[in-house]
Design a protein around this ligand. Structure first.
Ligand SMILES: Cc1cc2nc3c(=O)[nH]c(=O)nc-3n(C[C@H](O)[C@H](O)[C@H](O)COP(=O)(O)O)c2cc1C
Length: 178
């Protein structure tokens, strides 16, 4: 390849990378236009360790049977734990639990559960966080690879809810309804 062609190709690749990055940014911004609640999804690793992360991809899927879904980035260090686990729990955060949401979205923390109030679900051991608006303890029914995420489908085995204001996520920011 001559030098002029090589530099054109390199410049073209750089321009493509920039345009891919700005497309991804615009897609993320568009997705952020849709407000969601905020959850922390938890399970136990094969070694019994509590694991969890902040998730807003949670959605209900079916009422009869009671199924719900969420998706996990394949780069997550907790992917193996969730794939191996028989159960997981969805903890729906209340308006005052933004600090908890930020904590469980921080990949740098060695133990996200350190200093956090929680108890194991009856008979199933998956962590249920204190002070939440609702939780769903689910048997993992399916884990489907889709793009750069894995879609988890769970069947609800236990659930609870209390009245209260939810924590909301919109346009990259935490918010409250009122
Ligand atoms: C509001 C909010 C929602 C999020 N939703 C998801 C999600 O649905 N799936 C996901 O894999 N990561 C999601 N994340 C990012 C993870 O919480 C974050 O990458 C976390 O560090 C993952 O933990 P891990 O690295 O220990 O797996 C979200 C983060 C925030 C702040």
């Amino acid at each position: 390849m001559n030098a002029a062609l090589a530099s054109t190709t390199v410049a073209g690749a750089a321009a493509q990378a920039t345009s891919d990055a700005s497309d991804t940014r615009r897609l993320r911004d568009a997705l952020g236009a849709y407000p969601t609640g905020v959850t922390i999804v938890t399970t136990r690793g094969p070694d019994g360790r509590a694991v969890g992360l902040t998730v807003n991809s949670f959605a209900s899927l079916s009422l009869a049977p009671a199924l719900l879904l969420w998706s996990l980035a394949n780069r997550s260090p907790n992917r193996r734990a969730f794939r191996a686990a028989s159960h997981f729990a969805i903890n729906v955060l209340a308006a005052g639990q933004e600090a908890l949401a930020r904590r469980f979205a921080n990949p740098a923390l060695a133990d996200k559960f350190d200093g956090v109030a929680w108890q194991p679900a009856p008979a199933l051991e998956v962590p249920l966080l204190a002070g939440t608006l609702a939780h769903f303890v689910c048997e993992c029914r399916d884990a489907i690879e889709a793009g750069d995420h894995t879609l988890f489908i769970g069947r609800v085995e236990q659930h609870m809810h209390v009245d209260g204001e939810p924590l909301v996520f919109h346009a990259g920011h935490f918010a409250a309804l009122r």
